[in-house]
Ligand binder design. Structure first.
Ligand SMILES: *Cc1c(COP(=O)(O)O)cnc(C)c1O
Length: 383
């Protein structure tokens, strides 16, 4: 089969399964509102949980940083791309979360690939929650280490995998708050199982950091767990982009010597690291924002309880409504758009077949009347 034939076949299948993914041009957006195609919508599809993408202090820091250090880092961190602003941010993050070291990456995707790529060698095994993010599962399936998945949020399923013998090292992988379901991992039980078996735990807390835990320190802090490795990302509650790996000193040195993702890639702009310091400050001081977000979550769940679609078991900012069929999820998303509410439909392969859903995300920037509008539109759509 030629490339052309292969592409055409895959694209035809995608269309036939109502799985076609369409990018839309967004003309303008805030955390609450979005303009596209000449219309204005209430925005329920961003991961900007605290509304920091628009925070004046974060924007000012990025502007100042760019004026001071230039638009880009100019090189890999191993050449001349490691600026004072990167070093300061790494030190602040390590101190905040109680780790010896933090290492910056340009994205959460890159950080997860780097960790799995570097750690998994032949004879090792990676045991991952089966709903882990694609960046983790993709890397693990290409790793020379053996990949086994365990049932979602099920320590007993992990335990059953851990009893089978393994010659090498064991890395257990999970998320703090799951990106498509919004539920939290039972981190204490997973950490205990992992430690008993002599393995290491990696928690990707993309959706927990900034949102839960004292000072926004995330899911691990909230649950009193300190995994050997933690990946946090800055494209969600931090309102910027980028990521960090939190680890001990030897692990950080090993990454700096051997991680190709760090060595052969241009560092994030120093101005971005400076903006992230401002965002970190807002996250740490963000108790009022986190409270407002929690109120919005409660408000939504109360109003959505009587809808015909299953509300998932989530107390987080991610509030999916399980619809089932792809075509129904797409139709419902279109109905809501007509009513002025922007909510993305999420379909396989991002989620398991038959579990297409609306992924509603709430933020601290939403006002009660925004949520009432969404609830009204959902109840209307339910007939
Ligand atoms: C968003 C996300 C990532 C990817 O992070 P980026 O910085 O957007 O590349 C990784 N893991 C999880 C769980 C995510 O939700």
């Amino acid at each position: 089969m030629s490339w052309q034939q292969r592409f055409r076949q895959a694209l035809d299948q995608r269309r036939a399964a109502d799985g076609w993914r369409q990018r839309r041009i967004i003309d303008e957006q805030t955390t609450r509102t979005l303009h596209s195609g000449g219309r204005c919508y209430h925005h329920f599809s961003s991961n900007d949980y605290l509304g920091l993408t628009r925070h004046p202090a974060v924007i000012a820091a990025w502007q100042q940083g760019a004026a001071l250090t230039g638009a880009g880092a100019g090189a890999s961190g191993h050449v001349t791309g490691y600026h004072r602003q990167h070093a300061d941010l790494e030190a602040q993050l390590a101190d905040w979360l109680g780790y010896e070291r933090a290492l910056l990456f340009i994205s959460g995707f890159a950080a997860n690939q780097a960790v799995i790529h570097l750690l998994g060698e032949k004879n090792d095994r990676i045991l991952a929650d089966k709903l882990s993010h694609a960046s983790l599962l993709d890397a693990a399936s290409h790793s020379p280490a053996q990949l086994r998945r365990f049932s979602h949020n099920a320590p007993e399923s992990l335990a059953a995998r851990l009893v089978s013998p393994c010659e090498g090292e064991t890395l257990v992988v999970t998320e703090g708050i799951f990106s498509m379901d919004g539920d939290s991992a039972p981190l204490a039980a997973l950490a205990q199982q992992t430690r008993q078996a002599g393995g290491w735990l990696l928690v990707d807390d993309a959706h927990g950091i900034g949102v839960v835990g004292e000072q926004g320190r995330g899911s691990c802090w909230q649950q009193g767990v300190r995994p050997e490795l933690q990946v946090i990302t800055f494209g969600k509650a931090f309102g910027v982009s980028g990521a960090a790996l939190l680890c001990d000193a030897d692990t950080a040195d090993y990454f700096l010597q051997f991680s190709r993702h760090l060595i052969y890639s241009t560092a994030m702009p120093a101005a971005q690291a400076f903006a992230l310091q401002a965002a970190l400050h807002e996250v740490q001081q963000g108790e009022a924002l986190r409270q407002r977000l929690q109120q919005n979550i409660r408000h939504f769940r109360r109003g959505a309880a009587s809808l015909p679609w299953q509300l998932m078991d989530s107390e987080s900012a991610i509030q999916p409504l399980l619809v089932g069929e792809n075509s129904e999820a797409v139709a419902l998303s279109a109905r809501l758009a007509e009513a002025g509410c922007w909510v993305s439909a999420i379909r396989p392969p991002t989620v398991p077949p038959g579990t297409a859903r609306l992924r509603i995300t709430l933020t601290a920037a939403h006002r009660p009347e925004d949520i009432d509008r969404l609830l009204e539109a959902l109840h209307d759509a339910a007939g």
